[in-house]
Design a protein around this ligand. Structure first.
Ligand SMILES: NC(=O)c1ccc[n+]([C@@H]2O[C@H](COP(=O)([O-])OP(=O)(O)OC[C@H]3O[C@@H](n4cnc5c(N)ncnc54)[C@H](O)[C@@H]3O)[C@@H](O)[C@H]2O)c1
Ligand SMILES: [Zn+2]
Ligand SMILES: [Zn+2]
Length: 385
């Protein structure tokens, strides 16, 4: 039963969203009810949402999340209502929704690590920061069921209510479809190269897996001034696209990349290898470690299997060559600082965004979008509302 009585009280509205009811299921595009914004929240009408691989992990069960969940964690749109106490944005403002909030006050934000903000800790558990739900749908048996929001966002919806800590106000006039990709993929990939891998002018880099995230790690490595950027992907189309985004060389496998990078650097090997494959596999760690030379960094941006806790690697190489393995969340980026800067870099012709979108879909076609991802057809698929 829809709770008509609460509708007026919480300013409920109806909208359409793609809901995943169980692991292994399909995205169900259905009419849902959405509460109005509570304290510290904003209602956003979406223009576009990117199709990131992390939502696919909800389907495969690799990422532990609560079900049911409205998917989607990179998007852009306009604020149409603000909740009590919101002063950072106003009705009508164009915003990017980022997959991690940053509060600015927790110990991690305070240390300059906003991608590790404590408010992001429960981002895949479903409810909003106050523990209550904004989306409600007709569950099995026709009951009114609370529905979670992927990364507190749920951008696979025409409208959503999100924490103001998860939005970045952007300049009026910037194309919102392109801005949507900066909510996760662009910033994560770029930051993985520039921040997490700490690439510098003249360095050599290998990006393993050049889909939505890796393509932006390639752009980051180019902007950082790397002399060699080797893009690794088994899919020829992805390798071709990587060359247009700044890769200097390509390889179809990590083994092939070792031959390329070893030859190019006269055996010194890469300064960093950034793992951006669809799923991080423990078995890829040692081959990735062998791609980097002395003081080389292996950056693990791809998400691994939830249950996997084994990876074999040479401890001797770690010690004797001072190699490092680093995890990277959101490319160690700071949304309020990096999102506007990346958009400006696009305006200056230094960062490609339009070229990342291989194909557009309607919300109703979200499952087709993910089939295309699995088949390796897209750098990034985009839902346009
Ligand atoms: N750490 C973070 O903050 C963060 C944020 C977003 C996404 N991710 C993760 O990053 C990963 C990539 O996401 P995406 O959206 O770019 O996915 P994607 O599917 O668009 O791209 C993955 C690419 O990896 C390639 N690939 C698969 N196996 C490979 C292998 N063995 N060697 C080389 N290439 C291989 C695929 O062909 C594909 O092009 C996912 O695991 C995603 O969950 C992490
Ligand atoms: Zn993502
Ligand atoms: Zn914080």
């Amino acid at each position: 039963m829809w709770r008509a009585g609460r509708t007026a009280m919480l300013g409920r509205m109806r909208t359409t969203a793609a809901v995943l009811w169980e692991p292994g299921g399909k995205w169900e595009v259905e009419e849902v009810e959405l509460d109005g914004p509570q304290a510290g929240e904003v209602l956003v009408e979406l223009t576009a949402s990117g199709l990131c691989h992390s939502d696919e992990h909800m389907v495969t069960g690799d990422l532990p999340v609560a079900y049911p969940m409205v998917g989607g964690h990179e998007g852009a749109g306009r604020v149409t209502e603000i909740g009590p106490g919101v002063t950072e944005v106003a009705v009508g403002d164009p915003v990017v929704m980022t997959f991690l909030p940053s509060c600015g006050r927790c110990p991690y934000c305070a240390r300059g690590w906003p991608s590790l903000c404590n408010d992001g800790a429960g981002a895949t558990l479903g409810p909003q920061l106050d523990g209550t739900y904004r989306f409600h749908a007709r569950g099995p048996g026709g009951h009114d069921t609370d529905v979670g929001q992927m990364c507190l966002l749920g951008t696979f919806a025409r409208h959503t209510v999100v924490p103001v800590k998860s939005v970045v106000k952007i300049d009026e006039g910037f194309p919102l479809d392109l801005a949507a990709l900066v909510g996760c993929g662009v910033t994560t990939g770029f930051g993985s190269a520039v921040r997490s891998a700490d690439l510098r002018a003249g360095d050599s880099a290998v990006v393993i897996g050049v889909g939505g995230i890796g393509a932006n790690a390639v752009q980051g490595a180019r902007v950082a001034g790397c002399r060699y950027v080797v893009a690794v992907d088994p899919v020829e189309f992805k390798r071709e696209q990587a060359l247009t985004l700044g890769a200097t060389h390509t390889a179809a496998s990590i083994d092939e990349a070792w031959e390329v990078v070893s030859e190019l650097t006269r055996g010194q090997l890469a300064d960093a290898a950034i793992l951006c494959t669809g799923v991080a596999e423990g078995a890829d760690l040692q081959p990735a470690l062998q791609l980097v030379g002395k003081h080389g960094r292996v950056v693990v941006t791809a998400l691994g299997h939830a249950e996997e806790d084994t990876a074999s690697l040479s401890l001797l190489e770690l010690t004797l060559y001072e190699k490092q393995i680093r995890g990277a969340l959101f490319g160690s980026s700071a949304a309020q600082h990096d999102v506007p800067r990346l958009l400006e870099m696009h305006n200056l012709g230094q960062l490609k965004l339009r070229e990342l979108i291989t194909k557009e879909y309607t919300l109703e076609q979200v499952n087709t979008g993910y089939e295309d991802m699995r088949a390796g057809r897209n750098i990034r698929g985009l839902i346009r509302y």
